[in-house]
Design a protein around this ligand. Structure first.
Ligand SMILES: [Zn+2]
Length: 450
């Protein structure tokens, strides 16, 4: 199986090396950028990434990615096996730190637990204060006791979190290594960040801290999340996470029968809420994701909780849906109180709390980071559509900072399930796309006009 895997990788590498040779021949027959113009790379139209990819050092970095796929896969498996539920990412962060240090980055851990590796430009005159942030989230949705051992089936790797976001983390390290190996100095500082708190109730706290810390310096943010390169997230999907809590006196199932029951009230509220009509456009969704309460089968519970995720392309619809949830919980409690046979034993209380809020936002179609991505797509022969999604890019986008979220290559599936898998075939294309996009916006130190 291992031999088949190696052979597959080698074949892929060979085919894509051939394609690259053809491309390079075409590119080399074109005039070298620095010979025709002293302007920095981003003044070139998107279709002309080739000058960037023609640079000797950039070519070396692209080759490094091509030649190190097996060790990138191994890094991904090793990191995936370190549990990292949201709010408990420290162990995985520690492992990340070592990889960043080995890639020659200046590494620090901030107060929320983000690991940041800095690559500064060659000289102070090169505008080192301006920065590009490239990030991948550390956390997973899986509890600490989940079996995270990676199983191999052919070339496929299977483990919870292997793709989301083992792929992004492995790519983040690979990008830093390829730049280090090729001795590339960027025009602007590159901040490599493995951030905490992307999933669920993490509420993007890692990215929020990064944006707060670097806001005024950031020219662009590139988020690496998952594997797919058939799309690029340029629009941030707004969402809210809410928790409804209903409490009451509680009692014995037999002797206190007739007393208002918080679980009954929550069920009544839930049935009302799931009948709420939501529009197809702007697309609006809701999910009853978690329900808890009670202590035993023969006790009237004193507490019941419901967690709800609501998302919409429109902030207005989100607001409407949040009020609908509050109305339904109030009505569920009222229905239960009205039908309780014995109201003398106390009444029910309710509240709906906001657990998290992800703001919306949109990237300007003329943004340099999108132009850099398009040029990188062209270089690898890829087509990608723009999408709206809920990612770490929500935070910079909502603050008016250029940001995209992209997959880092290969393919994956079963995200957030125990059967999650990752298939590395073709991952070098995603890695090259990410590298060229990053260098397209960071620029190269030697490309500064004199
Ligand atoms: Zn993710």
């Amino acid at each position: 199986m291992l031999r088949a895997h190696t052979k597959l990788i080698r074949n892929i590498a060979r085919t894509s090396a051939m394609k690259q040779t053809v491309l390079c021949v075409i590119l080399l027959s074109m005039p070298v950028r620095s010979a025709v113009s002293p302007h920095p790379v981003r003044s070139f139209p998107a279709a002309q990434t080739p000058p960037l990819a023609q640079d000797v050092q950039v070519r070396a970095a692209l080759e490094w990615l091509q030649n190190n796929i097996l060790s990138i896969n191994e890094t991904q498996a090793r990191l995936t096996e370190v549990p990292a539920p949201s709010f408990h990412e420290a162990k995985r962060a520690e492992a990340l730190k070592k990889y960043f240090e080995a890639a020659g980055l200046l590494v620090e851990t901030d107060k929320v637990g983000n690991v940041i590796g800095t690559l500064t430009p060659a000289t102070a005159a090169n505008g080192q204060s301006e920065a590009i942030l490239v990030s991948a989230h550390l956390d997973t949705v899986f509890p600490a006791d989940t079996d995270t051992r990676v199983r191999h089936e052919g070339s496929r790797m299977i483990a919870p979190g292997i793709s989301d976001n083992g792929t992004g983390l492995a790519a983040l390290i690979a990008l830093a290594n390829s730049i280090h190996a090729a001795r590339i100095r960027p025009r602007y500082t590159i901040l490599f960040a493995a951030n905490v708190g992307e999933e669920g109730e993490g509420n993007l706290r890692g990215m929020r801290a990064l944006i707060e810390a670097y806001h005024s310096r950031l020219k662009a943010v590139i988020v690496l999340d998952g594997s797919s390169i058939d799309h690029v997230t340029t629009k941030a999907l707004a969402s809210r996470r809410l928790e409804a809590t209903i409490t009451g006196p509680g009692g014995h199932s037999w002797s206190d029968f007739g007393m208002a029951n918080p679980i009954n009230a929550l069920v009544r509220a839930s049935v009302r809420f799931i009948n709420t009509k939501v529009p197809m456009a702007p697309r609006t969704t809701f999910n009853l994701g978690q329900i808890e309460g009670g202590t035993s089968v023969n006790s009237i519970p004193h507490e019941a909780h419901l967690k709800v995720d609501i998302r919409s392309e429109s902030e207005d619809e989100l607001g409407r849906l949040e009020s609908a949830l509050r109305d339904c919980v109030a009505a569920g409690v009222r229905d239960e109180m009205e039908s309780a046979r014995d109201r003398s034993k106390g009444k029910l209380e309710w509240k709906v709390e906001l657990l998290g809020k992800r703001p919306g936002g949109e990237l300007d179609a003329a943004s340099p980071v999108l132009a850099a991505l398009r040029a990188a797509d062209e270089f690898i022969g890829n087509q990608s559509r723009t999408e709206r999604s809920s990612t770490d890019a929500n935070i910079p986008l909502s603050e008016g900072i250029d940001a995209i979220s992209i997959g880092a290559g290969g393919s994956g599936g079963g995200a957030h399930s125990l059967q999650e898998w990752y298939e590395p075939a073709g991952r070098e294309r995603g890695l090259k796309r990410a590298l060229l996009t990053l260098l397209g916006v960071s620029g190269l130190a030697q490309e500064i006009p004199r």
